[in-house]
Design a protein around this ligand. Structure first.
Ligand SMILES: [Mg+2]
Length: 322
């Protein structure tokens, strides 16, 4: 378990740091000058190895879980990050999503954590998906109903709409299959079966389930079911919309066969490069393990030792419970 916690956290942060210099560049621009290695500066003018909000909030969750599941403490850490630059690479928040910013303001004002996130259809950016991975290590042995409940709670601090919750849940259910040692194609099939039957019994609107048809392999209307890995790049979008990010991240995993190529593929899709790569990187980290993440990228990562220490603390806490 320890190594997968470490490779999951580094998987997110390395993907994030690779994407930061390219955030907002179009796919066309990425095609003209593709990302091939970790670089500095670019969009946010940050030195090489600088990770962003995706990793900061991921670390806030990991650190909270290292003490115990507590939504108020998680909320406090989010506020601390936004207001006091807690868990930032260089003592400065340089990237924050609109929905996340509004929700953290609500948390700062004392709102109940599970009611702080936006719940409208247009509040479905990828801001909770990008930070949800560490929850896997806490919920992995729970019954599915409880896993869903915890995912719903943790997403709701910033993203409370059912679509964001479902995206986070699907992501962690896929990660769980990878964690348990299934190969990535088998893991996808298993996840689809488990999630589809859970959603059908959980009284989730069919219209929302159908939105995930490409990930869950569901037939909608007269369209044939098409497996995600057979979709062309032109059919994969990499905006900040949660559904786009989830599809793109899983697509990258399915198409590549190592950590490095998976996250570079995610970055080279353009647009929300850091988050697509962070989400794909979390899965790839768990699947391929820490030794498959290029060592120089881990060494280049800002506060690499602090991240390692955090992984150790979370491992110790969760293994202590077993
Ligand atoms: Mg970011």
């Amino acid at each position: 378990m320890k190594n997968k916690i470490e490779s999951g956290l580094f998987g997110v942060a390395v993907g994030d740091a690779l994407g930061v210099p390219y955030e907002f560049l179009s796919r066309h621009q990425m095609k003209e000058s593709p990302a091939v290695d970790m670089i500095g500066y670019g969009t946010h003018n940050q030195p090489k190895g600088t990770w962003s909000d995706d990793s900061s909030l991921t670390f806030c969750l990991a650190e909270t879980l290292a003490e115990g599941y507590d939504l108020q403490k998680l909320a406090n850490r989010f506020v601390n990050w936004k207001e006091q630059n807690y868990w930032t690479p260089h003592g400065e928040v340089f990237d924050i999503g609109i929905a996340t910013s509004i929700a953290i303001h609500e948390l700062h004002c004392g709102k109940d954590p599970v009611l702080a996130g936006g719940d409208t259809e247009d509040s479905n950016g990828n801001g909770s998906l990008m930070r949800i991975l560490p929850l896997l290590f806490y919920i992995k042995d729970m019954p599915i109903k409880e896993r869903f409940q915890r995912v719903k709670e943790v997403s709701s601090l910033t993203h409370r709409h059912i679509r964001s919750v479902m995206a986070c849940f699907i992501y962690l259910e896929y990660a769980l299959q990878l964690y348990n040692g299934k190969n990535k194609d088998e893991a996808l099939k298993q996840m689809q079966e488990i999630v589809k039957s859970f959603f059908e019994n959980a009284e989730i609107p069919q219209s929302e389930i159908d939105r995930f048809h490409r990930i869950l392999s569901i037939k909608v209307g007269e369209y044939d079911v098409q497996d995600l890995q057979f979709l062309s790049e032109a059919e994969i979008f990499s905006s900040g919309y949660v559904l786009n990010t989830l599809e793109a991240a899983i697509w990258c995993i399915l198409l590549e066969d190592n950590y490095k190529d998976t996250v570079l593929k995610a970055v080279n899709l353009g647009s929300d490069t850091d988050t697509t790569a962070a989400v794909a990187g979390g899965l790839a980290g768990i699947y391929y393990g820490i030794d498959n993440i290029p060592e120089k990228w881990i060494d280049n990562l800002v506060r690499s030792n602090d991240i390692k220490d955090l992984a150790d603390r979370l491992s110790k806490k969760l293994m202590g419970n077993e």
